[in-house]
Design a protein around this ligand. Sequence first.
Ligand code: ADP
Ligand code: MG
Length: 624
Amino acid sequence: MALLQISEPGLSPAPHQQRRAVGIDLGTTNSLVATVRNGHAECLPDEQGQVILPSVVRYLPDGSVQVGNLALQAQRTDPVNTISSAKRMIGRTLNDIQADDEIRYLPYKFGNDERIIHIHTRAGDITPIDVSAKILQVLQARAEESLGGELAGAVITVPAYFDDAQRQATKDAARLAGIHVLRLLNEPTAAAIAYGLDNASEGTFVVYDLGGGTFDVSVLALSRGLFEVKATNGNSALGGDDFDQRLFCWLLEHNSLSQLPAQDSALLQSLCREAKEKLTSQTTATITATLSTGLAISTTVSRETFQQLTQPLVVKTLEPVKQALRDAHVTKQDIKGVIMVGGATRMLHVQQAVATFFGQTPLNNLNPDEVVALGAAMQANVLAGNKNDDEWLLLDVTPLSLGLETYGGLVEKVIPRNSTLPTARAQEFTTFKDGQTAMMIHVVQGERELVSDCRSLAQFTLRGIPPMAAGAARIRVTFQVDADGLLSVSAREQTSGVQAHIEVKPSYGLDDTTITQMLKDSFANAQADAIERARTEAIVEAQSIIAAVEHALSLDADILTDKELSIIQAALAETSKQLQFGEAQTIRNAIHTLSQATDEFAAKRMNRNIQRALQGKNVTDIET
Ligand code: ADP
Ligand code: MG
């Protein structure tokens, strides 16, 4: 994503008036909060002096909630009510995560709502948004305590690959926590800002981020004050935890242990983690424990042994690095600097491997687990208007194209990827049926040509179009993306002025009580809502498809053979029948059959249209 510096003179605060603004790194394993004081960015510690807050939330029997170290420790004894890895689930559906082994093997009981993940705990059904909100609340309280008053706002970081839904869900978590989000910022960009690269010369940089459970690599290009994420890659199942695991397996073998009770293996695993961390600064570490059988073990491991055991993991990170370079069309010789992010990059053999691969010493003089929070704090400081001289705002670009579904399940892109934010673009569409009074607007995100390969963001219907001849109505659809990369779409029929609007931003403009209430309501009515919504959506879709097919037949039925035509007509009849009596699933089945029956037809029509276009007739009328 690119970052653009623009001046914002109206935001200048009165001299000496500092607004309390923080940067928050909401991590999969650990979270941190940082601020800029006296021109210097620093992470804020808790009462015990710890800056790192484990991203773990436990719901206790007495109704209270623990966040951080206490929750992390309770994970062994109360796994079902102790939620970790919320970040892997936020903004995703059960369907999305079903194939994700990292989540599938967590001991949680998931509800079967299709739209949002629910985890059954003793405190009721909890969403990843709730869990993240608890973590944010603790960091907010810590910051307010330390800064002596209410926060004006926060910059919260998200992975560069987070899509719209994941970004929105993160924002919702912040709103639930009562935090004003100044903006969301990509993690690699935050790291680059922390290293001051935004003021540096031009060039291509790599951000190598090895955290607790995930590995992310990003290629950033900086030119004329503009950062662009050229490529991202990684491995969502590779992180510091895997190094603990290798050491743990070695320890078992070394002590001829097998089949340990869960309690013992959890104990040894956490001791292995400690040993791994010690081996970064010491050449040996000793693991001492008494198991539940009474067996006492004391094993010393050398750094050399540890490095040998885990070298394959280090090597494994280089594959995504190579892929990201290829995707960004750069070679390692083009890389001006490599930024190390994530606690696990402290390990010396990781540093070494990266240095050897790139042929240069990586940038590692900032704390790798703090660097994202520090960059976010610097950005928050600017956005809150605390920098008097040389004020600037950083703006992203859209990571993926945004567009509309058009006839035949094809995507018409309205905002191309990499457009600088905020941005707005309009495009005109027309009706395809005489007397058509409604139009379904289906907003999708992605680069592929077919709607089925893109991510569906929202659907709404523009109603009340005055009946006109097909092609006479002029429906202007406007896409707007704000500085956080969040989208709103409106449609307006130009001759009559009827309009409809949707914000792909469910919580925008609502106060926190309303959001809390909405989330509660959604739990209460989730099932009935989901059924009704699914049926309504299926009906809307079926209607629009029937109309589209009928219209297409009225124009181009002559390109079909009799057999093709009769198959389509049978599918049409079945869909119309389902429309009246069917349930969501049977309507969908009919739609599916109908769209399969018309695939070939759509392709033939496209060819015909292309030929028409080649003959000088316009098929689309694009306005920007
Ligand atoms: P995330 O981004 O996933 O929230 P972090 O960046 O905080 O995670 O990284 C956490 C990982 O870093 C853990 O696996 C932890 O053991 C590891 N880590 C932290 N400090 C050290 C150290 N001194 N040496 C080796 N690994 C470390
Ligand atoms: Mg991180």
